[in-house]
Ligand binder design. Structure first.
Ligand SMILES: NC(=O)c1ccc[n+]([C@@H]2O[C@H](COP(=O)([O-])OP(=O)(O)OC[C@H]3O[C@@H](n4cnc5c(N)ncnc54)[C@H](O)[C@@H]3O)[C@@H](O)[C@H]2O)c1
Length: 319
């Protein structure tokens, strides 16, 4: 079912138009939906549509847009207030700061003005919705819809209900996300960091520890993922990877290599937080390969790489 049918031709609202919110606006508009954009900071809000125009032009250049960028841009509008943004929308994508107090205050404001049908998905990277969305009129209609940045290029979205989210809200958000072309992961129980950032945390813990202990440089650790693990991970996950890496499949793999992994994992017990000296050492290591002045242009390069990759994935999955 297409996205406009799902929302009964009602618009969607983006609340918080920073990095992630502005990216979501593209994902919804590209799927044919009208999108209202609201940010508490008017200067940030004003940048969202020009920025989206640049990204849409790039998507078009890569053959990743079925319509003209102008057609898609016309679906985006700025809302001057939260009330105006929410008026008559089917869905709200909350994308404000990753802080319980900020998200709670916003949800209380939404509770005061949203109508009785609007569904609210939070982009939170790791805060459980029950910590900021419960015991309101809207609570059954709030859940986490956590994207990867930028959401119009990387398709996965984690749907995580709070303890008060209704099954109808989960089903609607699942259909909406699939309707705009996202790849939905259902996280069955709330846990800090959900699935994606817990997996990322496990890898980062080891990467930082290897750098701290002088085992390898940041560049060589990155290379191990970029030119090694990442090749398979771009089209299969860790379970399928190990299922294929022992003659007898995953159980055979677990028997052969389980003890090794167990000892590696146990050796990291008690690792503390990344302290100031440790962070400075990683920073110095990274800056040898990319100066701070070049971070923004390298982000543009990354997005171009993602677009080229998305083109290849489109061809691969259409075969
Ligand atoms: N950056 C990422 O890679 C990434 C990826 C996935 C999810 N997220 C999550 O998305 C959310 C937004 O992150 P971001 O990186 O876009 O942050 P950001 O700082 O770029 O944007 C947040 C925006 O929210 C606005 N804002 C704050 N309070 C508001 C309010 N009450 N009403 C309206 N606007 C308000 C701010 O002005 C700002 O423009 C966070 O929960 C974050 O964890 C981030």
């Amino acid at each position: 079912m297409n996205a406009s049918t799902l929302t009964a031709n009602k618009p969607v609202a983006i609340v918080g138009a920073g990095l992630v919110g502005a990216g979501w606006a593209i994902a919804f508009a590209r799927a044919g939906l009208s999108v209202r954009i609201y940010d508490a900071n008017a200067e940030i809000a004003a940048k969202a549509i020009p920025w989206a125009a640049d990204q849409l032009a790039a998507l078009h250049r890569h053959g990743l847009l079925d319509e003209s960028p102008d057609t898609v841009i016309r679906r985006l509008s700025l809302a001057p207030t939260l009330d105006a943004a929410l008026d008559g929308v089917a869905y709200v994508q909350e994308s404000v700061l990753e802080r319980v107090d900020v998200k709670r205050t916003l949800l209380e404001s939404i509770d005061a003005c949203a109508d009785d049908t609007v569904i609210i998905g939070s982009s939170s990277s790791g805060i459980q919705a029950s910590l900021f969305a419960n015991d309101l009129r809207i609570s059954p209609r709030v859940l986490i819809a956590h994207p990867v940045n930028p959401p119009y290029l990387v398709p996965v979205v984690e749907i995580v209900p709070s303890t008060q989210t209704s099954s109808e809200t989960i089903a609607f958000t699942d259909r909406l996300m699939r309707g705009i072309g996202q790849s939905v992961v259902h996280v069955k129980k709330e846990i800090q960091g959900f699935v994606l950032n817990r997996l990322q945390a496990a890898l980062l813990r080891e990467a930082w520890a290897l750098q701290r202990d002088g085992i390898a440089s940041c560049e060589d650790i990155d290379k191990t993922v970029r030119d090694g693990l990442g090749w398979r991970w771009s089209f299969m996950g860790p379970f399928e990877t190990i299922d294929l890496n022992a003659p007898g499949g995953v159980a055979d793999y677990a028997r052969r290599l389980g003890p090794l992994y167990h000892e590696i994992i146990a050796s990291r017990d008690g690792d503390g937080p990344w302290d100031a000296d440790w962070i400075a050492s990683v920073e110095a290591d990274r800056r040898q390969h990319l100066s701070a002045d070049d971070l923004a242009s390298r982000r543009d390069w990354r997005d171009e790489q993602l677009m080229a990759f998305a083109v290849q994935r489109r061809h691969a999955t259409s075969k």
